[in-house]
Design a protein around this ligand. Structure first.
Ligand code: FMN
Length: 219
């Protein structure tokens, strides 16, 4: 009996510990390639929402370009980004959900840092989303999370909701344009079970999920 209990305990321990982020490591992204892609006008012409994705993974060079285009630092002197943000709060954190786990983009170091060793891509969809199964196929789900603690003095709750939605929207559009310029498929979604996803991501009550955006190759 004791053996059985110890055996079950060991299995539970392995299961629980395997979901901790320490098993993943920080990934240093290569510098973004600033020369590639179609012209801005061509990219605008081709921008669209896709809901069908191949399961093919994105190479690290593409992930690097994608995250830099989303909200990477384009002026190192000031630390300002490719996307504008209200009062330069830079309150939108970009989480990257992939098969191997959940990461957080660090624009300063151009790295992705491990958060959870779990595949949360399916948790970014909801039964209300008719194309949820195809959308969950995408190798990358970008989760835009507003950190209200970065939105300084003078902003009331309504300001925080409006500004963070606008700021996430500009990041989403950067991603749309980058994807159009590279022939990638993407689609932003507001229809997400945000409370359930926030719980899975272990977010604090100051962190609010605004939008999720799938990125991958077209199917
Ligand atoms: C803020 C926002 C939320 C959206 N939420 C969803 C969503 O939950 N599910 C979805 O399939 N598409 C979603 N979309 C995509 C829109 O349906 C899409 O942009 C619209 O149909 C126009 O298509 P287009 O992007 O190809 O021009 C969202 C778009 C925006 C800007």
């Amino acid at each position: 009996m004791l053996k059985k209990i110890l055996f079950c305990g060991a299995i539970i321990f392995c299961f629980v510990s395997s979901s901790f982020a320490q098993d993943l490591s920080t990934i240093k992204l290569p510098p973004p390639d600033l020369k590639g892609g179609k012209s801005l006008m061509q990219s605008l012409q081709e921008r669209k929402t896709s809901r069908l994705f191949s399961t093919q993974k994105l190479p690290i060079e593409v992930l690097s370009n994608l995250l830099w285009a989303a909200c990477g630092i384009n002026r190192p002197d000031s630390g300002k980004r490719t996307a504008p943000s209200a009062r330069n709060w830079q309150e939108i954190d970009v989480y990257v959900a992939m098969k191997e786990g959940l990461y957080l983009y660090n624009a300063k170091t151009h790295t992705i840092e491990p958060v959870l060793k779990r595949d949360l891509r399916k948790n970014t969809t909801t039964f209300l989303q008719p194309s949820r199964i195809q959308v969950a196929n995408a190798p990358v789900q970008l989760i835009y999370v507003a950190d209200y603690s970065k939105m300084g003095f003078g902003a009331d709750e309504e300001d925080k909701i409006i500004y963070s939605a606008a700021d996430a929207g500009t990041i989403a559009q950067n991603v749309y344009l980058y994807c159009a310029s590279e022939g990638l498929a993407t689609g932003v979604r507001g229809m997400v079970d945000k409370d359930a996803l926030a719980k899975e991501m272990k977010l604090s009550d100051k962190q609010k999920i605004v939008l999720v955006q799938a990125v991958g190759y077209p199917q």
